[in-house]
Design a protein around this ligand. Structure first.
Ligand code: ZN
Length: 208
């Protein structure tokens, strides 16, 4: 598995392009922003995306989806239903942004789901707290942790739908997973689950 990271948009969100054995096929995790540039880059690299996996529905993780679906019609977008609002736009500081509800070919994610795209298997862990529908994707020894777990930190719980008790339970669940994982978060740099168990105050119970 080969993983490219692009840091996109005003919130410096990580978008991951995940490539398996076939370099012409890929999965996009959180195509955050800069849609036209992302399309051009995928074309230049000779990659066709087979699925978009969303760690959650916040607009800073999804803004490139319309451009991707315009270029590759039918591209499925996977999101937990709890992060699919009824409205198709979100208002923030007088600006409007598409929500997940605006996208074509939405596919639901559920706890424990196994899905394969571009020949790459993923397992879904429902980890609410940052949002009700936040998930982590696990593939082999790699975990895409979205805005649940960051390097030495965690995602905010003070947005609409956030929950400190749920976040605590989700983090406990991640900490209790057997073995080690390379953790690729939704913002900032990568880490190891073993290091976060040791050094992340929120996984050690005194960050809240
Ligand atoms: Zn978020």
């Amino acid at each position: 598995m080969q993983i490219q990271r692009f840091v996109l948009g005003p919130f410096a969100t990580n978008c991951y392009v995940v490539v398996g054995d076939d370099p012409a096929r890929c999965v996009l995790i959180d195509p955050a922003d800069n849609g036209p540039a992302l399309v051009r880059r995928l074309e230049a690299d000779g990659r066709i995306p087979e699925a978009v996996l969303l760690t959650h529905g916040h607009y800073d993780h999804i803004l490139a989806v319309p451009a991707l679906q315009q270029r590759w019609p039918g591209l499925p977008v996977y999101c937990h239903p709890l992060d699919v609002p009824k409205e198709t736009v979100e208002y923030d500081m007088g600006q409007t942004f598409p929500t997940v509800a605006a996208f074509a070919n939405l596919q639901p994610l559920t706890e424990g789901q196994q899905l394969t795209a571009a020949g790459i298997p993923f397992r879904v862990l429902h980890t609410p707290g940052h949002t009700p529908g936040s998930v982590c994707f696990v593939s082999g020894d790699v975990m895409f942790s979205g805005d649940t777990l960051f390097y030495r930190s965690i995602g905010r719980t003070d947005f609409a739908g956030g929950s400190i008790p749920q976040m605590k339970a989700s983090l406990q669940r991640l900490a209790d997973l057997p073995g080690d994982y390379q953790v690729l978060p939704g913002h900032e740099g990568a880490t190891l689950l073993s290091e976060e168990r040791r050094s992340n105050p929120y996984l050690r119970g005194f960050g809240f």
